[in-house]
Design a protein around this ligand. Structure first.
Ligand code: ANZ
Length: 800
């Protein structure tokens, strides 16, 4: 019988499903635990793409090996099912996005099952399912009650086309990440989560985890810790003062003007009548620019004088106050002291507008450019002669003593905007009472379900579609009338904690049983795309740290080891996706034609897991051919299999067991496959194969090609499943190569070969070479002129 992938794969998927082969008893603490997690997919309308199986196969291989090694493995899957695409569909069709989402989830599930992943489907979660989002709302409530979730007036990224506010990581070059629509800054009342409170913890935690260094570095940069000082400036002739954040308070004597962000609250109050029109016009222009555009170093500096002056606290000098877009409202205090002699942006600005430049550090030539390196302080009274660090310390001391400043650690990390003016998300379980109070729903009112609507579209003014359900919006709490919060949570809400729910997905009393959480957390291996490096992977760390503080989860860091799979590129090396439909590889088509085992094997053989790799149909074909070769070896040559030892395969077998085991552990799947290929070649060459070795090899292969593994194993042993058979072990003693193969040439042509101890001497090799059966006819009746021996490799007989 030839290798019929359709028959085998359908058969085993049915067996696994019917026998619940991969159901995990989470309460079985008798074995060591292993939690292998995939980043769950967003169930889009188009189904799986070729990129999904890559990471999913990797965790599946590890999970399957770990089970065979005696671990109790938790390997779940679910769906990140709230979000914009389903919502856009709802707006276009007037249907509730729920139905569309459920249909997509069914498609995804069918495809995931078709690929033979060993998920425990009894643990499936879906973030849009009320039994799940009840707990998302519950966590939000804890954050609210801890003062970490709050409603504040703040500048936000407003996308009119999508009718919603976007997080910083969803805005690229002033356009929405999804759809590429223009995004402007606008002040709005927003729910935010004060992730900045966790900035220091999030930095510290990075030292504990086994993550790619590049991802840790991205998180560090995103958090952007900066140690500096706050300095207060009085506005001349006004009662008001403003505060600047500076990392160089030692240069205060060189501050010759101040700049407020155009959105700074003080601008309108201090602007003189003469400057009013110019200031207004400038503010309007700035609203359309992204932070990135605004702070770009090389761009022409722009700005407008407010007409007001600030008093430099250190010398009482009056210096002009400007506004400019190079100062961001959202960083530091939204105001700076400008030291043009020692800062490039300030220098360019001062040059353009003819502002004073006073050097306070030795070195450089301020007539030409800013001096941004270190130097001894000059023109700075009590700092003169000091180096940078001493001067900073002295100045902070001076500022504190004079009550006009203090040391300050600042983070680039912003509050996490936690609201969307959209329908398809978790309702925020909050009521704004008519008496001015803002209250959370009581636990027994959770989940707060979404109402059905006739029209799901957002409004261009920023009002949520939920406003269209007055029966839902208007409520009474303890006799007080109020209105429900109508914005919904962002897409990142459910994904910030889903890994906890898998551990105890049907618990109705708690988010998960504390004892189970204690046993199963942290996740041992988490695989997913690098695009989540600063979004999801930072948010979920914050929630987990918060839940740790609340005593809900047992560890601070949720993901012990993290790996990003590389991108699968089109065969021309271009990223596959919507823009290049001709290069999109549909996993359905590959599975139909070649089988899931071939697809899995191929995606693991393409190259290192973390590298980007071009797709090649030839490569798929070659993977399939190799599986057929394995099939023939195991299934079509019964006479080759023996219970006797086959010492010539000892080395190859034991080395293969060692290599494949270690390579799976370190996720070097491509080299594991190469080694299995070498072993199969050895088996073809050998006359006989010991049965135990053959079974051991099938076990090694089974995590990669599980259907084929099951089928071959069953036909040799009658076993019901290979999934919990014990993983092969190797004998260290057999890893010493004591036999080697020597080839024999006659007049340079290959004529035969023989096995010999690695340390055999020259005479022994010559003698053996001459005795090889196949060599005989080529030397018969000839005179042997010379025999050249390369030890352990070749014997060349020269004869005529
Ligand atoms: C005076 C000064 C003198 C500065 C000097 C630098 C060099 P990091 O390290 O990134 O935290 N700054 C502060 N708030 C800002 C805002 N909202 N928008 C734009 N720039 C802002 O940078 C801190 C420095 O960036 C601060 O120190 C401030 O300029 C500027 F020789 O103050 B400095």
């Amino acid at each position: 019988m030839s290798y019929d992938h359709k028959r085998i794969e359908t058969k085993w998927q049915k067996v696994w499903e019917e026998n619940k082969t991969f159901t995990t008893d989470a309460w079985d603490f008798s074995k060591p635990k292993f939690y292998a997690l995939d980043m769950f997919p967003y169930p889009s309308g188009v189904g799986l793409h070729a990129g999904h199986p890559e990471g999913y196969t990797a965790t599946d291989i590890v999970s399957r090996m770990k089970r065979m090694q005696g671990y109790n493995v938790l390997h779940p899957m679910g769906f990140d099912s709230f979000g914009l695409p389903a919502e856009q569909y709802a707006i276009q069709t007037g249907n509730n996005p729920n139905g569309f989402t459920l249909k997509n989830i069914e498609t995804f599930k069918r495809q995931l099952k078709m690929l033979g992943f060993s998920y425990d489907w009894d643990r499936e979660v879906s973030t849009c399912d009320p039994s799940f989002y009840k707990w998302t709302q519950w966590i939000f409530k804890q954050l609210f009650e801890s003062g970490l979730a709050k409603c504040v007036e703040m500048p936000v990224n407003w996308c009119e086309e999508l009718g919603t506010v976007l997080a910083n990581d969803e805005v690229i070059d002033g356009k929405s990440e999804r759809g590429g629509y223009p995004v402007v800054r606008k002040n709005m009342r927003q729910w935010v989560i004060d992730i900045v409170q966790y900035a220091e913890r999030l930095l510290e935690g990075l030292d504990e985890v086994d993550w790619p260094e590049s991802t840790k570095e991205m998180q560090r940069n995103w958090i952007g810790k900066s140690i500096g000082a706050l300095v207060d400036f009085q506005v001349a002739g006004h009662a008001e003062q403003f505060t600047v954040f500076t990392t160089r308070c030692d240069t205060l004597f060189g501050a010759t003007y101040c700049v407020l962000a155009p959105e700074h609250a003080l601008v309108d109050q201090i602007t003189t009548p003469a400057q009013k029109a110019a200031i207004e016009e400038y503010k309007r222009q700035c609203a359309t620019k992204s932070d990135l555009e605004r702070t770009e170093l090389n761009k022409e500096k722009t700005g407008v004088f407010t007409g007001a002056y600030a008093i430099n606290p250190v010398n009482g000098k009056q210096i002009p106050i400007w506004i400019s877009d190079y100062v961001l409202a959202t960083y530091g205090t939204g105001a700076i002291m400008a030291v043009p002699a020692h800062d490039d942006r300030d220098y360019a600005f001062a040059k353009k507008f003819g502002l004073e430049i006073i050097p306070v550090l030795e070195g450089g030539n301020v007539a030409e450019e800013a001096w941004t390196q270190d130097g001894v302080h000059i023109n700075s009274e009590f700092l003169n002669g000091m180096n940078k660090q001493d001067a900073i310390d002295t100045m902070i001391q001076w500022l504190s003593e004079h009550h006009c400043g203090q040391k300050k650690v600042n983070y680039r990390l912003r509050e996490w905007i936690f609201a969307r003016q959209r329908y398809w998300g978790e309702p925020i379980p909050i009521v704004h009472l008519d008496n001015g109070d803002t209250v959370a729903l009581s636990d027994d009112q959770l989940p707060l379900l979404l109402p059905d609507l006739n029209d799901y579209s957002p409004s261009k003014t920023g009002a949520s579609p939920l406003e269209k359900a007055p029966d839902w919006v208007n409520v009474e709490v303890n006799g007080v009338q109020g209105r429900r919060e109508t914005s919904t949570m962002p897409g990142s809400a459910g994904s910030s904690w889903y890994f906890l729910r898998y551990i105890d997905p049907h618990n109705e009393k708690e988010l998960a049983d504390p004892e189970l959480l204690k046993h199963w957390m942290p996740v041992d291996l988490y695989i997913g795309g690098p695009e989540h490096a600063v979004g999801h992977l930072l948010y979920s760390r914050m929630w987990n740290n918060f839940l740790y503080d609340k005593g809900v989860v047992p560890v601070k860091e949720p993901f012990h080891k993290l790996v990003h799979q590389g991108m699968i590129l089109g065969s021309n090396g271009i990223k596959m996706g919507k823009r290049f439909p001709e290069y999109v590889v549909d996993p359905n088509v590959i599975v139909e034609k070649y089988g899931a085992d071939t697809l899995r094997l191929y995606e693991m053989f393409m190259g290192p897991l973390e590298a980007s790799k071009p797709w090649s149909e030839k490569g798929v074909d070659a993977s399939r051919k190799w599986l057929e070769r394995v099939w023939r070896l195991v299934m079509e040559q019964p006479e080759k299999v023996t219970d006797e030892p086959t010492p010539q395969l000892d080395y190859a077998y034991h080395f293969t067991v060692k290599k494949v085991t270690e390579d799976i552990e370190t996720l070097n799947f491509n080299t594991a496959i190469s080694q299995m290929m070498i072993f199969v070649n050895e088996c073809y060459r050998a006359e006989k194969i010991n049965r135990e070795m053959l079974l051991g090899f099938i076990k090694l292969l089974s995590p990669f090609a599980p259907h084929l593994g099951e089928e071959m194993y069953q036909s040799l042993t009658g076993a019901e499943t290979i999934a919990y058979e014990s993983w092969p072990t190797y004998d260290e003693a057999k890893l010493v190569k004591n036999e080697t193969e020597v080839v024999v040439q006659v007049n340079g042509k290959l004529r035969g070969k023989f096995m010999t101890p690695v340390d055999a001497g020259e005479d022994e090799l010559k003698e053996k070479a001459l005795a090889v059966e196949n060599v005989q006819p080529f030397i018969e009746g000839k005179t042997i002129r010379k025999i050249i021996v390369i030890k352990g490799k070749v014997v060349n007989i020269v004869a005529n």
